[in-house]
Design a protein around this ligand. Structure first.
Ligand code: F6P
Length: 538
C-alpha cells in the first residue's frame, strides 16, 4: 500500500494539514459537524472532532478502494477463504444472516445449519430458564458458569454484562477463563452443585486453560454428587470439535456446534453465546443478531465516505500511520459496557497485531494500535490527565446513549454532561489567553493551558439494547477488517499466540516432575524456574 499513489497523496496531504487545529477547522466551517455526522441503523457517528478535512476523507477512501476493501468485503460475505494462512472462510456474518439467505462454504449453504443450531440453543435456553431442565437431583438450575477463554469468554462475558438489565435475574452467570485456580474457585464458591450448569466453550476443545478448568469443575461436581452420570445434567459443550467433547465425557447430544469458519474472537453470536442466550432469552438474542445484521448491510452497501465502520477504520489508519499514534482508547459512557474495551482488545489486537503481509513480506507501516479503555466517568479521574495535557496523541472513541437503563435521579444527565464536555475539552482546549483572562496567575498559566486538538469520535445510540449492542459489535468487527485490508495483513489468524503456549507446555513438567529435569532455557528463565521449584518443595 505504501508505494501506491493513493498513499503518497495521503502523505503529501498530511504534510499540509498536520498542524491544523480543530479550533480553526470548526471556525472556518460552521457546517462541519453536520457534514461529518453519519447515521446508520441506530448509530450516529460524529467524526468532526478529528484532525482531518473533507479532502482527508476523500483520500482515505481512495486508499481503501485501492487496497481492495470492497472486493475483500465481498469475498468475506461470499465465503471465500480470505484467511489464507489457515485456508478458511471468514463467515461470522453468516451467523446473523436471515433464514432464506444463501452463503456457500465448501459447496454447501451454511445458513440452514446456523438456524438449526440457533433453534437448538433456543430450546435449551428456554428449558433452563423455565426450570424444565433439571440438575441430577431434580433441582432447577440457578447458576450458569461459562468456562472458556479468549473469544470463548470475552464476548459472552461482555455481552452478559452489557445486557444485565435484560437478564433473568434469578439465574446468576459466572465466567471462568483464567487457568489461575482462583478463578474457578471463586466461580464455584458458594454455588450449589445441584443447581449449577457448566457451559464448556471452546472452539478447539483443546485449550489448556479451558480443559483444565472444566476438569476441576467436574471434580467439584462429582465430589458433591458422586455419580458420574450427573455430568450429563450439569455439563454442556460449545465447540467445533465433537471428538474432543466426547473424549472429555460430555455427551455430544449436549453439544452446540459451530464451525471453523467462525474465528474465536468473532464468535460471540454463534453457539458461544449460549450462556448469554440463557440469561437474556432467545428473543432478545435474536434482536441482537438483527442489530449485527443491520450493520453488516450498512457496511456492505453504504458508500465508504458515509460508512460508519469504514470511517472508523480509516480515521484510525490516519492517526496510526500518519500521526504515529500508538494507541486507541475506547471510552464507553455506560456502566454496563465495562468489559467492552477488553472485548475489543482481543477483536482488534489479535486480528491486526501482525507484522507481515498476506504474502509473508514485512509490513512497511505500523499496524494495529494498542486498544484500551474503561467506562466514563471513572477514567476522567484517573488517566484523562494524560489525554488532555500529556505529550502523546491518543485518539479516542466516546460511546454514549441517549436513554439510560435506569432513570436514577439526574445521574444520566450528569454522565452525559461529562461525555459531551470531554470531547469538547479535548478538541478545543484552553489557550493561555483564555487562562489569563480567567485570572489564573501568570506562573500557573502553562500548567492550566489545554492545547486541545486531541481527536475523538463520538458514537451515540438511543439506548444500550440487545439490538444496539449487536450494532456496536458489528461496527468494530468491520472496522478491524477495514484496517487489516489497508495494511494488507491477515486479520483472521493468530499465530502470535502459539509460541508462548508451546513453551508453557514444555515448562509444565519442569515445574512438577519429581525428577527435577535439567533446565535448558536461557539463564534468566532457568534461574526463575529454579527459584519456583525450590519454593514448591514441601
Ligand atoms: O490462544 C488464542 C486463542 O486461540 C483465541 O484466538 C481463541 O479465542 C482462544 O484461544 C480460545 O480458543 P478455544 O475457543 O479453541 O478454546
Amino acid at each position: 500500500m505504501s508505494g501506491t499513489p493513493e498513499w503518497q497523496a495521503l502523505a503529501d496531504h498530511f504534510a499540509k494539514v498536520r498542524d491544523m487545529h480543530l479550533r480553526d477547522l470548526f471556525a472556518e466551517d460552521p457546517g462541519r459537524a453536520a457534514s461529518m455526522t453519519v447515521e446508520a441503523a441506530d448509530l450516529v457517528l460524529d467524526y468532526s472532532k478529528n484532525r482531518l478535512t473533507g479532502e482527508t476523507v476523500r483520500l482515505l477512501v481512495a486508499a481503501a478502494e485501492r487496497a481492495g476493501l470492497r472486493e475483500r468485503t465481498e469475498e468475506m460475505f461470499s465465503g471465500r477463504h480470505i484467511n489464507v494462512t489457515e485456508d478458511r472462510a471468514v463467515l461470522h456474518v453468516a451467523l446473523r444472516a436471515p433464514e432464506g439467505a444463501r452463503i456457500d462454504e465448501g459447496g454447501a449453504d451454511v445458513v440452514p445449519e446456523v438456524h438449526k443450531v440457533l433453534e437448538r440453543m433456543a430450546s435449551f435456553a428456554d428449558a433452563v430458564r423455565s426450570g424444565q431442565w433439571r440438575g441430577f437431583t431434580g433441582k432447577p438450575i440457578k447458576r450458569v458458569v461459562n468456562i472458556g477463554i479468549g473469544g470463548s469468554d470475552l464476548g459472552p462475558a461482555m455481552a452478559y454484562e452489557a445486557l444485565l438489565p435484560y437478564s433473568q435475574r434469578a439465574l446468576s452467570l459466572g465466567f471462568v477463563s483464567n487457568v489461575d485456580g482462583s478463578d474457578i474457585w471463586e466461580a464455584t464458591a458458594g454455588s450449589d452443585p445441584e443447581e449449577t450448569l457448566f457451559v464448556v466453550s471452546s472452539k478447539t476443545f483443546t485449550t489448556l486453560e479451558t480443559i483444565g478448568n472444566a476438569k476441576t469443575a467436574r471434580e467439584w461436581l462429582l465430589s458433591s454428587l458422586g455419580d458420574p452420570a450427573s455430568v450429563r445434567n450439569h455439563f454442556v459443550a460449545v465447540s467445533t470439535n465433537a471428538k474432543q467433547v466426547a473424549a472429555f465425557g460430555i455427551d455430544t447430544a449436549n453439544m452446540f456446534e459451530f464451525w471453523d469458519w467462525v474465528g474465536g474472537r468473532y464468535s460471540f453470536d454463534s453457539a458461544i453465546g449460549l450462556s448469554l442466550m440463557i440469561s437474556v432469552g432467545p428473543e432478545l438474542f435474536r434482536q441482537m443478531l438483527a442489530g449485527l445484521r443491520a450493520v453488516d448491510e450498512h457496511f456492505r452497501e453504504a458508500p465508504l465516505e458515509r460508512n460508519i465502520p469504514a470511517l472508523l477504520g480509516l480515521i484510525g489508519v490516519w492517526y496510526n500511520d500518519f500521526f504515529g499514534a500508538e494507541t486507541q482508547a475506547v471510552l464507553p459512557y455506560d456502566h454496563y459496557l465495562a468489559k467492552f474495551p477488553a472485548y475489543l482488545q482481543q477483536l482488534d489486537m489479535e486480528s491486526n497485531g501482525k507484522r507481515v503481509t498476506l504474502d509473508g513480506e514485512p509490513v512497511d507501516m505500523a499496524t494495529g494500535p494498542v486498544v484500551w479503555g474503561t467506562p466514563g466517568t471513572n477514567g476522567q479521574h484517573a488517566y484523562y490527565q494524560l489525554l488532555h495535557q500529556g505529550t502523546r496523541l491518543v485518539p479516542a472513541d466516546f460511546i454514549g446513549f441517549l436513554r439510560p437503563a435506569h432513570r436514577v435521579g439526574n445521574h444520566h444527565d450528569l454522565l452525559m454532561a461529562n461525555f459531551f464536555a470531554q470531547t469538547e475539552a479535548l478538541a478545543f482546549g484552553k489557550t493561555p489567553e483564555q487562562a489569563s483572562a480567567e485570572g489564573i496567575p501568570e506562573r500557573l498559566v502553562p500548567h492550566r493551558t489545554f492545547p486541545g486538538n486531541r481527536p475523538t469520535n463520538t458514537i451515540l445510540a438511543p439506548e444500550l439494547s440487545p439490538r444496539v449492542l449487536g450494532e456496536l459489535v458489528a461496527t468494530y468487527e468491520h472496522k478491524v477488517l477495514t484496517q487489516g485490508v489497508i495494511w494488507g495483513i491477515n486479520s483472521f489468524d493468530q499465530w502470535g499466540v502459539e509460541l508462548g503456549k508451546s513453551l508453557a507446555l514444555r515448562i509444565v513438567p519442569e515445574l512438577t516432575s519429581e525428577a527435577a529435569p535439567e533446565l535448558g532455557h536461557d539463564s534468566s528463565t532457568n534461574a526463575l524456574i529454579a527459584r519456583y521449584r525450590a519454593a514448591r518443595r514441601p
